[in-house]
Design a protein around this ligand. Structure first.
Ligand SMILES: [Zn+2]
Length: 303
């Protein structure tokens, strides 16, 4: 599914959401109108509203507007007097900013963007729920790792006002690289950004499929807000695919200031020898990249 059809699907969902809220409100009002007191107010209000609507565009009848307003307040008071929330007089839209239209002041509402990014993240990630910094266990981290954790947390909080767009999390097996990658994914999803979390193995396979024209998902991954690649170096090197697509991915994302965060067992020297100078120079670019080196012993063995 491409971005435009995703947008169309969400638009439809929003329309349905609005309709449902309006139907629920209609049903609620109908029930209230069984009481003649409320029904009288309601009839008078709708009649005056109609009258007001007719004159509004010719010459506004201010007295009529005040009469409508007064009746509306009387209906609200009716609800309050009957121990009901007065806001129930109106449809209960889930977004109070855009009333579930998805648009506010000619711009896309943040609720719509959030929905879109959630869909993109679900579509492109192999997993969709992630661990969070809240469950970070300081007792199993040494001082270096605590510093690393703090740096990553701050980066997440500060983003997008950060200069570094590439983070390389380096360390041996069980040092918590994947854990930190997940924490970053979690924070970025909370910021309503589109997030793609892939193992290097999966990414390599998508590059291969793209290369032979069997899947275009790789193209979406180029454009997600945040890309996280787990375990770089565990994927097989495929001719004309692995190095070429990885370089392209990192390069294009760097040019567009889109963060790519990598975890790997490899050292920077290993990266240089396994891939090539071009990939290395992008990943090790001092201005745009940071290396986080985790040194705690294998946490899985300590458990
Ligand atoms: Zn909204």
């Amino acid at each position: 599914m491409n971005r435009q059809s995703l947008i169309n699907t969400i638009k439809q969902n929003f329309m349905l959401k609005r309709l449902r809220a309006q139907e629920e409100n209609d049903a609620f009002i109908s029930a209230l109108r069984k009481d003649p007191d409320f029904d009288g107010l309601y009839k008078e209000y709708t009649a005056k509203q109609l009258e007001y609507a007719k004159t509004k565009f010719i010459e506004e009848d201010v007295a009529l507007r005040h009469a409508c307003e007064d009746l509306r307040q009387q209906m609200e008071s009716y609800l309050t007097n009957h121990k009901m929330d007065k806001s129930l007089l109106y449809p209960q839209y889930s977004c109070k900013i855009c009333n579930d239209t998805g648009v506010v002041g000619g711009r896309i509402c943040s609720c719509f963007l959030g929905e879109l990014n959630k869909k993109i993240s679900t579509m492109t990630s192999s997993q969709t729920s992630f661990k969070s910094f809240d469950v970070c266990d300081n007792s199993i981290m040494n001082e270096d790792d605590k510093k690393a954790c703090k740096w990553l947390k701050t980066w997440c909080l500060t983003y997008p006002n950060t200069t570094k767009t590439n983070i390389n999390i380096l360390g041996g097996a069980g040092t918590g690289k994947t854990f930190f990658l997940e924490c970053i994914a979690n924070e970025m999803i909370a910021k309503n950004l589109s997030v793609c979390f892939k193992t290097a193995f999966e990414l390599n396979e998508l590059a291969r499929l793209y290369h032979i024209g069997k899947s275009y998902e790789f193209g979406d991954i180029l454009k997600v807000d945040i890309l996280l690649i787990d375990d770089l170096g565990t994927e097989p090197i495929l001719n004309n695919v692995t190095k070429e697509y990885l370089y392209n991915l990192i390069n294009v994302r760097q040019i567009n200031h889109l963060p790519t965060i990598i975890s790997t067992n490899l050292s920077l020297d290993n990266i240089l020898s396994r891939y090539d100078e071009r990939i290395f120079s992008r990943l090790a670019n001092k201005n745009l990249s940071t290396n986080i080196i985790l040194t705690s012993q294998d946490k899985r063995l300590n458990n």
